[in-house]
Design a protein around this ligand. Sequence first.
Ligand code: AMP
Ligand code: MG
Length: 484
Amino acid sequence: MKTLAQIAQQLQGYDPQALSVPDVNRFLAQLVEPVGDVEELALLQAQGRVLARDVVSPFSVPPHDNSAMDGFAFDGAQLAAGEPLALQVVGTALAGKAWHGQVGPGRCVKIMTGAIMPAGLDTVVPQEFVQTSGTDAIRIPAGLLAPGDNRRFKGEDLMQGQPAVRRGECLTPARCGLVASLGIATVPVSRKLRVAYFSTGDEILSLGEPPREGAVYDSNRYTVHGLLSRLGCEVIDLGVVRDEPALLEAAFRQASRQADAIITSGGVSVGEADYTKAMMNKLGDVAFWKIAMRPGRPMAVGRIAADRGGAEALGRSAGPPQPRPAPSRGSEPHEVGSVGATGRSAGPPQARPTPSGGSEPHEVGSEGAILFGLPGNPVAVMVTFLAFVRPALLHMMGSTDAPPPLLRACSVDALRKKPGRTEYQRGTVATGPDGTLQVRITGNQGSGVLSSMAQANGLIVLHHSQGNVAPGDLVDVMMFEGMI
Ligand code: AMP
Ligand code: MG
């Protein structure tokens, strides 16, 4: 387990005041590790989970050469160029009921799709190609077939002993089907990641509370909950936490006891007059960043110590004494925008989390929980989640699947873009009249405007060094399908 200072040292050009989006992801890739705990699940329960060990094929699939068509199996060596072939039918091979006789020259076997190819036969003529006379004579017209046609080979899907699905691959419907085709009923998967979430801010109302002047309903809790559920995480919902040190401390401590990762929203902006950042500093090893992106500039990242008395558990004991949280509203916690105290030791070896018995609440071990302190603005929350939190959580889940590729679409709109930061614009991708993909922005792009996010089916990604986009220019789009 590396401290933030150790990671920062290794990252070339690390500047917490102006981190690029790729640098944030490079940092997070060093910070997070797969949780490692494995559970064995029945295949139907394992859909969508990350496989923890290779599933090796115990036999070849298909286990025998078999027919790809309903028709007649025969020895293809008898086909002569430009000549029809007359054959006598001597038996029937059904799927699940093989034909075991010998089939000599001039003879064939009626065969069904999936039936084992009788010994010595390598070619199948589909039923609809043949002319029949009587019940047991067929004629194959000239020029329709080549030797070997319509035969599936033993092992053409999977060879015995080969990995069918690999560790780190997500169990999609196709992969579950493949595992089932091997007769395997249970699979080892990474246990579900536990992610605690709470919203911060005195102006945030929970649903059910009466409206109040200047207050807004908590939408972040609902977007984050949905994003986490889609990812297959177990969500620990800690609600809205008021801007009071005791309440924030209790929430962080509970979260660090129960969760592998903690997501908060709000309270990390520069000049934010609240206790959130101070409490993060008190309880963990946390960096406060300004990221060269829009929306979503401020973000806090780090580890909140397991609940056993503060940051000492993260190996900060060798560092200088830590300032206490700001005693009153309006003062800033220490070292905002830096990695915090230097000279932290790597700390004592940390125990791995132990597999839980499955009952709530979970105790996840002594390494503490990864913290993602997201900004408060509703769109900034979703964008930072998609850009940073999602890939980091997938890594913690043990996933090795490549991220879905960005789509290239033609921008209908002119887009203003400053080089030197990554910008995400909400858009709708559709097929244009000429059949090519077009993307159109969905209106007001303010970082608090959730309606334009709700209408979008993807985010236009305007990369760090990119400038203005003219109508007709190609742009990259991160599609929401499956994520939002
Ligand atoms: P902050 O990052 O705390 O300065 O918040 C930025 C903006 O996001 C403010 O207008 C907040 O009212 C708003 N905001 C913060 N948290 C939430 C939330 N959970 N749901 C909706 N809006 C929020
Ligand atoms: Mg706030």
